[in-house]
Design a binder for this molecule. Sequence first.
Ligand SMILES: Cc1cc2nc3c(=O)[nH]c(=O)nc-3n(C[C@H](O)[C@H](O)[C@H](O)COP(=O)(O)OP(=O)(O)OC[C@H]3O[C@@H](n4cnc5c(N)ncnc54)[C@H](O)[C@@H]3O)c2cc1C
Ligand code: SF4
Length: 492
Amino acid sequence: MADPKGFLTTDREVARTRPVAERVKDWNEVYVPGSLLPIISKQAGRCMDCGIPFCHNGCPLGNLIPEWNDYAYREDWREASERLHATNNFPEFTGRLCPAPCEAACVLGINQPAVTIKNVEVTIIDKAWETGDVTPQPPERLSGKTVAVIGSGPAGLAAAQQLTRAGHTVAVYERADRLGGLLRYGIPEFKMEKRHINRRIEQMRAEGTKFRTGVEIGRDIDAAKLRKRYDAVVIAAGATTARDLPVPGRELKGVHQAMEYLPLANKVQEGDYVTSPISAEGKHVVVIGGGDTGADCVGTAHRQGAASVTQLEIMPRPGEERSPAHPWPTFPMLYKVTSAHEEGGERVYSVSTTHFEGSAPEEGETVGHVQWLHLIEVEFKDGKLEQKPGTERKIPAQLVTLAMGFTGTDQENGLVRQFGLELDARGNIARDADFATNVDGVFVAGDAGRGQSLIVWAIAEGRSAARGVDRYLAGTSALPAPIRPTDRALTA
Ligand SMILES: Cc1cc2nc3c(=O)[nH]c(=O)nc-3n(C[C@H](O)[C@H](O)[C@H](O)COP(=O)(O)OP(=O)(O)OC[C@H]3O[C@@H](n4cnc5c(N)ncnc54)[C@H](O)[C@@H]3O)c2cc1C
Ligand code: SF4
């Protein structure tokens, strides 16, 4: 046990963020660099090393949290890193981006603020990189088997790293020009600087994983041909089909999917553009959708110099305390103030967009540019969402981003058809307990099979699918399988 009295003598303290006025002028991570190290050992010492560590169940990876809390408390960073990597290939991603369902399940959280598990995680891994403890782990011998991984998001990278280390020869195919999936093109730099992905990719290359960018399976390479070239295939292509808002005026210029807007801002940071082709500068911005993707649009619009930012959500404002519907240790739906919300803007709940109003088309154009968004208040009546008559109003909107979630894997490029894959009732690629699809030797991991989810689930699925592939190729596997496809653990 870390510090037997730590939870009695130490208050919860989290990473400090940089002043808003400073950080909205740049794209670096919002935290004060180095602010965690001086406090984190005492924070780790708050862990009670419970007989039944519910945090293990809260974390989809089954991270060995009390074990690395103990090492962090003792400042044995090397052992802490070893324990952390025992269950998680990429703690620098989860330590920055995970909503930390582990903390919602922390036993201390029943009557006190939970242990700052996520902050301990990120400190351990940052220290490990700094001290050179993260090194390539190439396999001792090769199996002679080959695996293609489609998609380089967290699920594909986790599957590829596990399979490479198990001795298989792995090639990752990515349709984008850079690796990382939504970690690279989606999640803004101010939430996670992309140098963290680059560093991992270098480690993976040194271990023997091969990467091919700018290749779309189903379009550039026929999926069935790919299957013939490799002994097994893992599909980790994400759930990239965005939900749309088919209301009048949707076709106006300036109304974009969040995933048309955010990747361009990422590309500016990569040096591809000087300014984003879709910029919020000087504009009244409305973000439709109250989730994390919406918050990323809010933070991006602030940094681009928006005149105003309004985020709309159709559901009522969540409470600040657990409701009886979300008892401990489940992951509760709570009112969240993200770093982007600290930076300004307005959040409006219980409203629905009825239509967009735009300017007249310019000469030679067929559509005008969005100017106003019309909305109406909504309320739940008998379990159904109904509009409240007389509450219509319009707000200025010169840039609108749609951040209303994703409906499943991309079916336009032929990947699903060419493989002959079966889908489940929710439109995701169906799989069995080993993450195998209906096609022999073809497996699926991450959002492509689970539906829109979280990075921690994608890594857990990538690891588990790798075990399924290893068993398929070798008959047996020493790789761990943290989850089954149907697991939801304690996460909402
Ligand atoms: C804007 C945004 C912010 C988010 N923020 C968070 C967060 O803070 N924390 C969190 O936990 N989760 C977050 N999420 C969710 C998280 O990013 C996803 O759950 C996770 O990335 C899924 O991983 P994946 O590997 O399954 O798929 P993805 O990350 O989507 O990667 C799939 C990859 O496959 C590639 N691909 C697709 N089809 C093909 C093909 N035919 N051939 C070759 N390549 C192909 C795609 O280009 C993509 O690179 C966010 C999502 C979005 C959209
Ligand atoms: S990966 Fe997420 S759930 Fe698991 S320990 Fe880290 S922050 Fe907690």
